[in-house]
Design a protein around this ligand. Sequence first.
Ligand code: UDP
Length: 449
Amino acid sequence: MSVNDPKQGSSSTAVMNGPSATSQVTKFAQPERRRNARISQTPPPPSPPPRLEDYATIIGRPELDEIYFLAKPLAGKTVTMVNSTAVGGGVAELLNRMVPMLNELKIGTHWDVITGGNDFFEVTKAFHNALHGGHYEFTNQAREVYLATNEQNRKRMRFDDDIIVIHDPQPAGLVASKPDHKAKWIWRCHIDLSNPHPDVWGFLRPIVDQYDAAIFSSPSFARQLSIPQYLFYPCIDPLSEKNKELEPGYIQKVCDDFGIDRSRPVVTQISRFDRLKDPVGVIKAYKLARNYVDCQLVLAGGGATDDPEGAAVLHEVMEAAGDDPDIIILNLPPWSALEINALQRASTVIVQKSLKEGFGLTVTEALWKGKPTIGGDVGGIPTQIIHKLTGVLVHSVEGCAYQIRYLLTHPEFAAELGKNGHEHVKENLLMSANLRRWVLLFRILLGLT
Ligand code: UDP
């Protein structure tokens, strides 16, 4: 490992702003060694959905053939997926990829989106927060708005397919149509129900109990229910801009644009500027580690413009970084998937030092790229990081500092972790693994085992 003069280059911490950066951010000086990052001012057009065949080179021909084989008895069966938004958010993104792939397997799948007024979406947003443990005054009016909108949608929609999959609480009430049709009904819950508001869950639970099965994203998110429950981990798409292979020249260009010196180790955390992601803790850990080992720290995130707390946290991060020229803080626009991919691939070690976490897709992304990854021992991170096998788990700033130092000075061990992490994601956390689970669940519910 090269140990260069850490003070080379410039005189203050770097901040690169996306086009939407706030004035709070821009007041920080931009050092000379950082070039102008040329991130597009507008979102790029959406990339075409991948074809199932494209996965053969990633997961291997036998694994892909296994999915085709498992899906055979389902040929000609039909599925409806229902959620509450066609764009934005992880569920829409997932359905955008999953629906064409199920159709390729000859499982005729269509995607329907419920409609509702502002009052409905205000109620369901409040439900969402309350189901995550927030305070909420559950009123009769909220109950009626929820049920009336579900009823209107229920009357408009058809449920003559073999399987109906309802995503999240917003359209859960459509299950009232179940007695009139032959379909099997699945409720796919993408949210953390480990600590739900008792009144909201007390209202939803009898609705959920009418389904044939429920799916949760983590064992700790599941609830006591009278129906079978299944575990489907969230997944990433290895063919998306965020995760696909990149040309080395492009990775270098992104690093040059952001002033990252690739001849020296790069430690990176990609996260919204949110206190629960502990970016200030990462800076403290980096500073401790720097007493022993040379490295640069990249903190890349976004969301500071429309989120007042995000801007405040970014400010705290800038203060904590002080005038260290080797801390590079990047405030990226939401359409920076390629740049994030390049930053992850250019990193020597990736950190996700969260204090609380849902699943932690940034960890999945890091492991997929074969990077030695340090994660806080919270939420879904320990599902992904098996300590000292697929990465390392930490519980404190000091622990994080120790692991940064250890991984940077033990490259063979670090490479082994990265290799195992990649395999773990390949096996369990790719879209193809998710597709396989859907196929198996459909077969179980339709008695095609
Ligand atoms: N991400 C991004 N831009 C950012 C920060 C994060 O695109 O500035 C992406 C990141 O690559 C990941 C997702 O947002 O795909 C964050 O998911 P995660 O589950 O890690 O955390 P959340 O933000 O949902 O709490």
